[in-house]
Design a protein around this ligand. Structure first.
Ligand SMILES: [Zn+2]
Length: 490
């Protein structure tokens, strides 16, 4: 061999090795997460589930639903939806209850009246105690995943509930109520001290009174008389911020009248949009109250973050950011990622594309009955595509087709740009078989694959396969795995 050839050969060998090293490093850095609840480990066996997750989608991080009263992330498939091709072929309608799927260590709950919240359905089973060692052995990380969803029959819950415009208790809890804010940090401290976990994720799928009054989300039409929160803690906080509580109440009572009239198609003389602006100009407290709620949520993030970091700085702490971020421009405006990054090691920005079509259509229908009552629905959708910066099919089509992978790409790119220069990792939530109406779009292996590829192409540092393993078809999960293989990180 000529010397020159030898040097060239050695150099290219070194380059190859360097490339391989870079690849394995970045593969290691990329979080391939999945949301999974206790029921899956119980029904299918811990090792079997972990085998499947590693084989099908190279999962390296478990987001275990350690606390919730909701069916979105815990329990088996929701009733009315087809059971997936794994797990017990039976609905848990009669047995699902929710709560904490880990032991409760009472010493952490001295400063809250919320002490009795253990999920009863699996006896003394502790999902962390059971799954952590098995995951650790495989080099998988475990993140505790909990959400802002409660039942009405939890002991003492009424003392934590928000108050609506008329002083009635809501089913939601108030971030400014010390019994709730203390509980939120207490449970994070409990997990951080009691178990060898890798991090905490919390999510709140709610918004403030102004957006709620307008029904500006993809949920069912909300009652404008039930907007929150007007409890004594929130009113005191408002006064501290210089917001007049009586004027805020007066403004929301006017807004309630506006929304009820709009839904009854009683058009104001100057139309819906102009009349709403008149109300906002007369009562800027409407927006102040919205921001009071949003700031309280941000303070909750900061409190949980601070508590966990005080226990163990190496634990990762981040937030699930609600799908409404893709639909409602007001809610999106409140998700200031640079601001959020101060107290976020990672953000799970929801970018569920398949169910996104159905959800966007519902959102358009909701705001088309209030603030935009004068705008034809397709025009209203086109306007939202423009201001939210993505471009999808027509209103008639999207429930049947879902949103495309390009939606995921654009949402990931936008979030990555907003987070540039911060410490915060972007891990988009990827839709794998999130329930939709029977005649609406369903996930496919290819669709899942394209969504994962789009998220990374947009600049994501990882993905979180959502919402729960117990509702996913294995073929669609394997679609995510195929994307990772194609990228050379599986
Ligand atoms: Zn309150």
């Amino acid at each position: 061999m000529e010397r020159r050839d030898f040097i060239q050969g050695a150099a290219s060998g070194m380059l190859l090795a360097a490339a391989r090293n870079l690849q394995s490093q970045s593969a290691h850095d990329r979080t391939i997460g999945i949301q999974v609840g206790a029921v899956s480990f119980i029904d299918e066996g811990t090792e079997k589930v972990l085998d499947e997750l590693q084989q099908d989608a190279s999962v390296n991080t478990l987001f275990v639903a350690t606390f919730t009263y909701g069916r979105g992330i815990a329990g088996r498939q929701v009733p009315g939806q087809p059971l997936p091709d794994h797990g017990k072929q039976q609905y848990d309608t009669d047995t699902f209850h929710g709560g904490s799927y880990t032991a409760i260590h009472p010493q952490y709950y001295q400063n809250t009246v919320l002490k009795d919240f253990r999920a009863p359905e699996f006896g003394t089973y502790d999902v962390l105690e059971s799954v952590l060692p098995a995951a650790r052995k495989r080099g998988m990380k475990t993140i505790c995943w909990y959400e802002d969803v409660f039942r009405r029959d939890v002991p003492n819950i009424e003392k934590l509930q928000e108050k609506d415009l008329y002083g009635r208790n809501a089913t939601t809890l108030c971030f400014n109520n010390p019994d709730y804010s203390n509980w939120l940090t207490a449970i994070a401290e409990d997990w951080s001290r009691s178990y060898d976990i890798d991090g905490i994720m919390w999510g709140s799928e709610r918004q403030g009174a102004f957006s709620n009054a307008l029904g500006a989300s993809h949920g069912g039409a909300s009652d404008p008389g039930r907007v929150t929160c007007f409890c004594s803690f929130c009113e005191a906080k408002a006064r501290q911020r210089g917001i007049s509580v009586p004027r805020a109440r007066a403004g929301f009572l006017e807004l309630e009248k506006f929304v009820r009239a709009a839904r009854a198609k009683q058009r104001p003389v100057d139309g819906y949009y102009v009349s709403l602006w008149r109300l906002m100009l007369k009562y800027p407290e409407l927006l102040s109250w919205e921001m009071l709620w949003t700031d309280s949520l941000r303070e909750t993030y900061a409190a949980i973050y601070g508590k966990v970091k005080a226990v163990k700085p190496s634990l990762g702490v981040g937030w699930h950011i609600w799908h409404n971020n893709s639909f409602n421009p007001i809610y999106r405006a409140e998700q200031d990622l640079a601001e959020l990054s101060q107290h976020s090691d990672f953000l799970k920005m929801v970018m569920y594309n398949n169910c996104g079509g159905e959800r966007m259509a519902t959102y358009i229908n909701n705001v088309g009955s209030t603030i935009y009552g004068d705008v034809p629905a397709q025009e209203l959708l086109d306007f939202h595509y423009r201001v939210l910066d993505y471009q999808e099919k027509s209103l008639a089509e999207i429930p049947k087709t879902g949103l495309s992978a390009d939606y995921v790409y654009r949402e990931a790119k936008r979030a990555a740009e907003a987070l540039a220069g911060t410490k915060t990792k972007l891990w988009p939530g990827i839709d794998i078989d999130i329930p939709t109406a029977a005649d609406h779009s369903k996930c496919t292996p290819d669709g899942t694959k394209e969504a994962v590829l789009a998220a990374f192409r947009g600049g994501a540092h990882g993905v979180i396969l959502s919402r729960k393993y117990s509702e996913m078809m294995l073929a669609d999960l394997k679609g995510a795995g195929a994307a990772l293989k194609q990228m050379g990180i599986a």
